[in-house]
Design a protein around this ligand. Structure first.
Ligand code: S3P
Length: 455
């Protein structure tokens, strides 16, 4: 019997996946290319002059949306096996799309492309699915307007109509929310600005845009709080650079589900090769190590300005479902942006630790693809965990013997995958509704899970 039983009920276009308890997780895996890096590679390659080959690009629906939008803007894109070939047209080679640009479910597509479109001479409309149209966009509208673009929206939400201006005015901008998407939007707009555009951030967010722009030859300056007294990223515009090949590392946020499952299940042994280990993304691993899970990193190397390496996980050796921990762990403030996509999963892991886990300062989770605080609280409660909900987070008591339940993924890929992991350690069956949404970031998820789960 496969680990995950997929079912489409007659007459209903909702896919259910049933997960049963796993005996152990064993094997060797490679993850699809990192989603965040693949978006940036495609957008920056399109802005370059000449061809770039993007190897091991993400297979996600989100990145497919970025490629479709770029094609609508006049960029020639070809698939060659798992590689994407992009014929860059230079930062002023884009042409207006006759149709709105549909970003699907992808906040990264919308916010990063908005930065590029703000510096174009034409008008563009960015839209997306219901979830994306409900997410906050004022955070990019404000800085892009300061740079001279005209952005109209539905009360701070998509659809966004952007009337670009070329060149844009460079700005010095302090982020109001710790968001790599907002930072990246401004830096990409800075490509078409006449001078130095600088973004100051209070808390470290992922820095793939800075690394990718540097890889392509743009002039990027970064400073950190210890040395320069403030953390900032700056770009010198207008910037022109040549196409260049990129090799994308495996997605650590996708690997996280397998790492957590293997760590939580006794006698597991799992190796994942060539996973991205960018320090602004890898905190999840350190967090698991601090819970005394057997997670090791080997063969670390740098490629295309990004770290990658092999992750090895051994299932915990004790028979008890709980791992000892001295005191309740609270994840908060500066840690949050570095763990943002792994927080629902960490709540599940926390439910297996004697002291439990508390997550605070994470109100941003409420404006992701779904309200991830509400979805995580509801799912864990349905599985028998004791959970307290806060405006900005949650507290889960541990250790809890989880029991199978019906989980509504709310169409949110990270919620579906989080509760698939919970289902592997729960008694009975866990049924995940709308489970096909995993394809938003990780279409291979259930097949790979089947390939390593033993029962
Ligand atoms: C992303 C940044 C994060 C993250 C999202 C991808 C990116 O969003 O949650 O999945 O690729 O820049 P915010 O930066 O808005 O928090």
């Amino acid at each position: 019997m496969p680990a995950c039983f997929r079912e489409t009920r007659p007459g209903v276009k909702i896919h259910f996946v049933t997960i049963r308890r796993a005996k152990r997780i064993r094997g060797r895996l490679e993850m699809p290319g990192d989603k965040s890096i693949s978006h940036r590679a495609a957008i920056i390659a399109a802005t370059a002059n000449g061809a770039s080959r993007i190897k091991h690009s993400s297979t996600s629906q989100d990145c497919a949306a970025t490629l479709r939008c770029l094609a609508q803007l006049g960029v020639a894109i070809r698939r060659d096996g798992s590689d994407i070939l992009i014929e860059g047209i230079g930062r002023d080679g884009f042409r207006a799309s006759t149709e709105p640009l549909d970003c699907g479910n992808s906040g990264t597509t919308m916010r990063l492309l908005a930065g590029i479109l703000a510096g174009q001479k034409f008008e563009s409309t960015l839209t997306g699915d219901e979830s994306l149209r409900s997410r906050p966009m004022q955070r990019i509208i404000e800085p892009l307007t300061m740079m001279g673009a005209t952005v109209s929206s539905a009360d701070g939400h998509a659809p966004l109509t952007i009337k670009g201006r070329e060149p844009l005015k460079p700005i010095d901008y302090e982020l109001l929310v710790a968001s790599a998407q907002v930072k990246s939007c401004i830096l990409l707009a800075g490509l078409n600005a006449g001078g130095r555009t600088r973004v100051v951030e209070d808390q470290p967010t992922r820095d793939h845009t800075e690394r990718m722009l540097r890889w392509f030859g743009a002039t990027i300056e970064t400073g950190d709080a210890e040395k320069e007294n403030e953390r900032f990223s700056a770009i010198l515009g207008p910037a022109s650079f040549e196409g260049r090949d990129v090799n994308v590392p495996g997605d650590i946020s996708s690997a996280a589900y397998f790492i957590a499952a293997a760590a939580l299940i006794n006698e597991s042994s799992l190796e994942i090769e060539s996973v991205g280990l960018n320090p602004t993304r890898a905190l999840f691993l350190r967090q698991l190590q601090s819970f005394r899970f057997h997670v090791d990193v080997e063969n670390v190397r740098e490629e295309c300005n990004e770290l990658r390496g092999t992750i090895r996980v051994e299932g915990m050796r004790r028979r008890s479902p709980a791992v000892d921990s001295e005191s309740l762990l609270t994840l908060h403030s500066a840690l949050i942006p570095q763990l943002i996509d792994e927080l629902p999963l960490l709540a599940v892991v926390g439910s297996q630790i004697s002291a439990g886990i508390e997550i605070r300062d994470a109100a941003e989770l409420r404006v992701k693809e779904s309200d991830r605080i509400a979805a995580t609280v509801a799912g864990l409660r349905a599985m028998g965990a004791e959970v307290e909900e806060f405006d900005d987070g949650l507290r889960v008591s541990g250790p809890t013997h989880l029991r199978g339940a019906q989980i509504d993924s709310r169409g949110d890929h990270r919620i579906a995958m989080t509760f698939a992991v919970a289902g592997l350690i729960a008694d009975g069956e866990t049924e995940i509704r709308d489970a096909e949404c995993v394809a938003i970031s990780f279409p291979e998820f259930f097949d790979l899970l089947d390939s390593v789960v033993e029962r």
